[in-house]
Design a protein around this ligand. Structure first.
Ligand SMILES: [Zn+2]
Length: 308
């Protein structure tokens, strides 16, 4: 990939986050800590966004970050052209659906040995967009399929697939009356949320007593190692960056017990199948991990040399 032409393509979009409204994160969403180390000052698009490492638990997140209203505008018109410019090929509703078909068949291969003998009558896909994943799972499991998403045009397509739809964000709506669901999934979405804890608590409340939850995330360490620089793993559309330690702490704290785990064929999406459990104090003992995470980041930065 020619870096010059990529830079030009991104510049052509004319998106300037410095002119938008931002907010600072004062408390860590995972542990509540307030002492952070700023670890990077730009993202992979070269936008001047700041990434921070929580020195208490090791969570990595953007701060300052765009407000919810600015992110909504970003997803409305900038996001897909930006990702297309970055990769140098058109990424739109059609290509995304093709990728999601492949993703869905891998997900079904992983899930079915665990779910096939269970009595799953209802499933909910949180942030499920046009319903490709929900339609695939609905057919494989043989249950009712529901998609929750904030985008009306995307939900319209989901309805055409025979899915029930809920137009909402998982973090900020009172959705208790919509459940319970025997299976809930949060696919390729958690990295884009503004309140991960709030979303997981909402999902836990929507789960039936013997229900299952599937969540995946982009492994920060894999991407940073692959691109050989921290900035290569940072993108303005991801307020959070997870590792095995931080995601498992979130799951423990919000009342999930891990049943199985998988690394997707792309090598950087990591997924968990969970059941509902009792919330446990999940960030206890994470401080050594935060120290380790700091040293790993510094090792990557040392190897990257003085790149700017
Ligand atoms: Zn923390």
């Amino acid at each position: 990939m020619n870096e010059n032409s990529r830079t030009k393509r991104i510049q052509k979009i004319g998106f300037d986050p410095t002119r938008l409204e931002t907010e600072s994160v004062t408390g860590c969403n995972l542990c509540g800590g307030s002492v952070f180390c700023a670890i990077a000052w730009t993202d992979r698009y070269d936008y001047p966004v700041q990434s921070n490492l929580c020195l208490t638990c090791g969570l990595i997140f953007l701060s300052p970050r765009l407000t919810a209203a600015e992110y909504a505008r970003f997803y409305d018109g900038i996001y897909r052209p930006l990702v297309s410019a970055y990769h140098g090929r058109v990424i739109d509703a059609v290509t995304v659906e093709e990728e999601q078909q492949e993703y869905t068949s891998n997900l079904i291969r992983f899930l079915m040995p665990h779910l096939s003998a269970k009595n799953i009558r209802t499933m909910l896909d949180v942030g499920g967009s046009t319903g490709v994943i929900a339609a695939g799972l609905k057919e494989a499991i043989g249950c009712e399929g529901v998609v929750l998403d904030p985008s009306p045009p995307e939900l319209e397509r989901a309805e055409q697939r025979g899915l029930r739809t809920i137009c909402a964000l998982i973090e900020d709506d009172d959705l208790a009356s919509e459940g319970p669901f025997d299976f809930v999934c949060l696919c390729q979405t958690i990295d884009h949320l503004l309140d991960v804890r709030g979303a997981l608590v909402s999902i836990r409340n929507l789960l039936s007593e013997d229900g299952f939850f599937y969540v995946d995330f982009v492994d920060f360490e894999t991407i940073a190692a692959r691109t050989a620089r921290i900035e290569g793993a940072i993108k303005i559309d991801h307020p959070y960056y997870f590792t095995r330690d931080t995601i498992e702490a979130y799951l423990r704290q919000t009342g999930f017990t891990i049943v199985a785990m998988m690394v997707m064929p792309d090598g950087h999406h990591v997924g968990y199948l969970c059941r509902g459990g009792e919330p446990a104090p999940g960030s206890v003992g994470l401080q050594p991990f935060a120290g380790e995470q700091y040293r790993r980041i510094r090792t990557i930065q040392a190897a990257a040399g003085n790149s700017g």
